[in-house]
Write a protein that binds this ligand. Structure first.
Ligand code: PMT
Length: 401
């Protein structure tokens, strides 16, 4: 289930460190490559040799350790698919939350852009302490997945919350993050992303701040779930996800032409692009010379792409976005109806951290029956997963119906 996946396993100084051996064994059984990173204190509880033998790889101990080539934390950060820290002490949790990088594991954490799972293990009073709970809150806000400690007998005596949760539950959580979902296998999905440019003259244009992040995240996630994906993108400084067919366009008209061309060959269209609603009535040839204080500009509306393709919808799914600043649900419902969509994903782009340019989004998904699902602020990656989970449900319903 984890073949081809590379897991960095951080082990910190808790009595539960011995369970790291069981975790390594289970992950290896599932086909993962496991690189163990131990803190100085973890070595007091379990020998690096044990973890080295079980993982079949050298254990990484210290940023400046003799056996490590320099900058190994950067190369591991680039190679690994996920960091699991089990057990995680109050100390390492505090370092992660506060950005302290004074050993290999805490430095690795700061260098990462992959999912991070943390399984705390400590005394019940330590776990309940506001300092620890505040740090946990900070990590959760940064999308670190906290595997809550179990309740029961503690090594320090007494009972309570704080013991490392069961190894099987930790492994299950890793699988949930990494195992390839194939829920869209056999489906062809067309995704649009980014802004369009509407030219006033050859050099100047009207545009918007869309970065393409939301649409690229959707394309990448659909591809991971087994779909054949075509991504039509306006100008964006992102690399298209691996394995995705990539079509670059510039203007709203170019987007309209490309969507019209590819729509029929796909099972679903997700319009995350911020397509201009208006374009200059006439484009001035060459470069307009500054001759007076005013430049009269007449704009005409662009073709509404979703409305156009909805006439040829057949049994394809149509998913639109709504970038709103007020009356979010009312306006989004109106667009859902007007554009004959199956789903609309509304985002309140006046909120900090939501919509254009940022790495996060808070979305409200509305379906044809008017059912409204509000989701909190999350990474665009996670938002893409939520949207595709919803789309998979629709595909299943259509199949069943
Ligand atoms: O790219 P990012 O920086 O990650 O930002 C993401 C985003 C804010 C661009 C994205 O989340 C988003 O909201 N995309 C839709 C933006 C938009 O144009 O919304 P709208 O409410 O104006 O349009 C409604 C829907 O009609 C959209 O699906 C749009 O793609 C579509 N449309 C718009 C104009 C047009 N001529 N044809 C269309 O099909």
């Amino acid at each position: 289930m984890l073949a081809g996946k590379h897991i960095a396993l951080g082990v910190s100084g808790s009595i539960a460190a011995y369970k790291a051996a069981l975790i390594v064994r289970e992950l290896k059984k599932l086909g993962a490559q496991v690189t163990v990173v131990m803190t100085r204190h973890a070595k007091e509880f379990i020998t690096p040799l044990t973890l080295e033998v079980l993982s079949g790889e050298p254990v990484l101990l210290d940023t400046f350790g003799q056996q490590l080539p320099r900058l190994q934390h950067i190369s591991l950060a680039e190679q690994a698919d996920l960091l699991l820290v089990a057990p995680a002490t109050a100390n390492i949790i505090g370092k992660f939350a506060q950005g302290i990088a004074d050993d290999f594991l805490s430095t690795l954490y700061l260098a990462l852009k992959i999912p991070v799972l943390v399984a705390p293990a400590m005394n019940k009073n330590m776990w309940a302490h506001p300092a620890v709970q505040d740090n946990i809150k900070i990590l959760k806000e940064r999308w670190v997945d906290i595997i809550a400690p179990g309740v029961g007998e503690l090594a320090c005596g007494g009972e309570g919350a704080g013991r490392l949760t069961e190894v099987s539950m930790i492994v299950e959580r890793v699988i949930k993050h990494l195992a390839a979902k194939a829920g869209l296998a056999g489906k062809k999905i067309l995704v649009t992303a980014g802004p369009t440019r509407e030219y006033i003259d050859q050099l100047r244009f009207i545009s918007n701040p869309s970065s393409g992040k939301m649409g690229y995240a959707l394309a990448g996630e659909a591809q991971k779930r087994g779909a054949e994906v075509t991504l039509i993108s306006g100008p964006a400084s992102l690399s298209p996800p691996d394995g995705v067919r990539f079509i670059e366009i510039d203007t709203a008209y170019g987007m309209y032409q490309a969507v019209s061309k590819y729509f029929k060959a796909h099972d679903a269209l997700i319009m995350a692009a911020a397509v201009a609603d208006y374009t200059p009535a006439k484009q001035i040839k060459g470069k307009f010379k500054k001759s007076s204080q005013e430049l009269p500009l007449s704009l005409v509306s662009t073709t509404d792409i979703l409305t156009q393709v909805s006439h040829k919808k057949g049994d394809r799914l149509l998913i639109g976005f709504a970038a709103e600043v007020e009356d979010i649900i009312k306006n989004a419902k109106q667009k859902l109806k007007q554009k004959k969509l199956d789903l609309i994903v509304a985002n309140d782009v006046s909120r900090p951290g939501v919509g254009f340019e940022v790495d996060t989004n808070a979305i409200t998904i509305i379906d044809k029956a008017g059912v409204v699902e509000e989701h909190p602020l999350m990474s665009k990656q996670k938002a893409a997963q939520v949207i595709l989970d919803k789309m998979e449900c629709l595909c299943e319903q259509e199949h069943a119906g």
